[in-house]
Write a protein that binds this ligand. Structure first.
Ligand SMILES: Nc1ncnc2c1ncn2[C@@H]1O[C@H](COP(=O)(O)OP(=O)(O)O)[C@@H](O)[C@H]1O
Ligand SMILES: [Mg+2]
Length: 359
């Protein structure tokens, strides 16, 4: 898939802006604080209906304005026109001029994958951040997954409420737990597929980016031991942990407590690697993620690389361009480039200056 045109209105530091993108590589060059990341943020918002930087959507409305609009033409098989309007009451989503009332029907129409410098915090962040990353990526291509996750979250809330109210109706608990088990069986299967697919190419990408022979893999810290017999194991755990849950007034077991651990050879990434290595591991992860998206959605996503060049030495920069699939539309932001990185014949450069884009 490709983004052909992006139009912004009152988005962050943009008043109005229209950008056409190359179908291969577009490089956005600009000094600090000019609006490069803002532009990528708007494209990612179309993909996930959330900002990767802030929880409060209102922060993306240009200071002093009432609303903000992100509009794009996306080429999938046909051309799709999408628009998001951010306003004081929330957001409105439109696809081909029709209002879309549920975010889940909008998410994934555009699939964009972002690398941001702050991603390297992933290894030291809480499990919640890693779960969220996995949930967003699976959810973008699998509506059933998003639905199961929403159902499960509601069921946990209900169960926690019963625990808080000290309602000890075991039949009620059992029926809630049965529903939770079904949703979790499905979620675990999808998470396993996701991690297996990433692991297929993670090492290969890391080695190509880093010129090293280290192995990188992700371990899925699944809440159950035996995925084949998950119903039995879940039922047993709920029973065994009931007194603990009742004392703590919350559900202490389930897919909402799972985690991913990244390994560099036999060591945990956060215990062993340098900042530079972590950056390459994240980049390799994003490239492996593209393989997952390609396999399960049959579409190549749009790749957004924020400030990646200044963070890599020249050799690694060249490796990155060697590894990038020429069919993937890539948008790169940078404060400058001093060599052509071997990509001179298929890139378009634009300059970002105080919320204005120059050709
Ligand atoms: N809601 C907003 N209204 C107006 N300006 C904003 C808003 N949010 C952020 N900005 C401005 O956007 C700029 C940061 O843009 P950003 O894209 O992060 O810069 P960079 O080009 O370094 O990536 C800052 O100058 C900031 O003041
Ligand atoms: Mg930036």
């Amino acid at each position: 898939m490709k983004i052909l045109t992006l139009k912004l209105k009152n988005f962050r530091n943009y008043t109005t802006c229209k950008v056409d993108f190359a179908s291969t590589i577009t490089i956005l060059i600009g000094d600090n604080g000019q609006g490069k990341t803002n532009l990528l943020e708007s494209i990612l918002y179309l993909s996930t209906t959330r900002s990767f930087r802030v929880d409060d959507d209102k922060l993306m409305i240009k200071k002093g304005e009432q609303f903000s609009s992100i509009e794009a033409s996306i080429q999938v098989n046909t051309i799709k026109k999408l628009q998001v309007i951010l306003h004081p009451e929330g957001k409105s989503l439109f696809a081909m001029g029709n209002k879309i009332s549920r975010s889940s029907d909008f998410i994934g129409i555009v699939n964009a994958v972002l690398f941001a410098p702050s991603d390297i915090e992933l290894f030291e962040d809480s499990p919640k951040v890693r779960r969220r990353l996995m949930d967003i990526e699976i959810g973008k291509i699998n509506k059933h997954y998003m639905k199961a996750l929403n159902n499960y979250t509601k069921l946990v809330k209900d169960r926690n409420q019963l625990l808080k109210n000290q309602v000890l109706d075991h039949t009620l608990f059992k029926s809630l737990e049965d529903l939770m088990i079904q949703q979790q069986g499905f979620i675990i299967k999808q998470r396993q597929v996701f991690i297996d697919k990433i692991n297929e190419t993670l090492t290969q990408y890391y080695q190509a980016l880093s010129n090293s022979s280290h192995n990188i893999h992700i371990e899925y810290e699944c809440c159950i031991q035996q995925q084949e017999d998950f119903e039995k194991e879940f039922a047993y755990k709920y029973q065994r942990l009931f007194d603990k849950d009742l004392a703590l007034k919350m559900t202490t077991f389930g897919i909402h407590r799972e985690d991913l651990t990244f390994y560099f050879d036999e060591f945990k990434v956060e215990d062993f690697t340098s900042q530079g290595q972590r950056r390459l591991i994240i980049l390799a992860f994003k490239l492996a993620l593209i393989e997952y998206i390609k396999e399960y959605s049959k579409e190549l996503p749009i790749l957004l690389l924020d400030d990646v060049l200044s963070e890599l030495d020249e050799k690694r920069r060249r490796n990155l361009f060697k590894v990038l699939n020429k069919d993937i539309q890539t948008i790169i932001t940078t404060i400058g480039i001093d060599d052509d990185l071997g990509i001179s014949n298929y890139k378009v450069i634009k300059i970002v200056d105080k919320g204005v884009i120059y050709e």
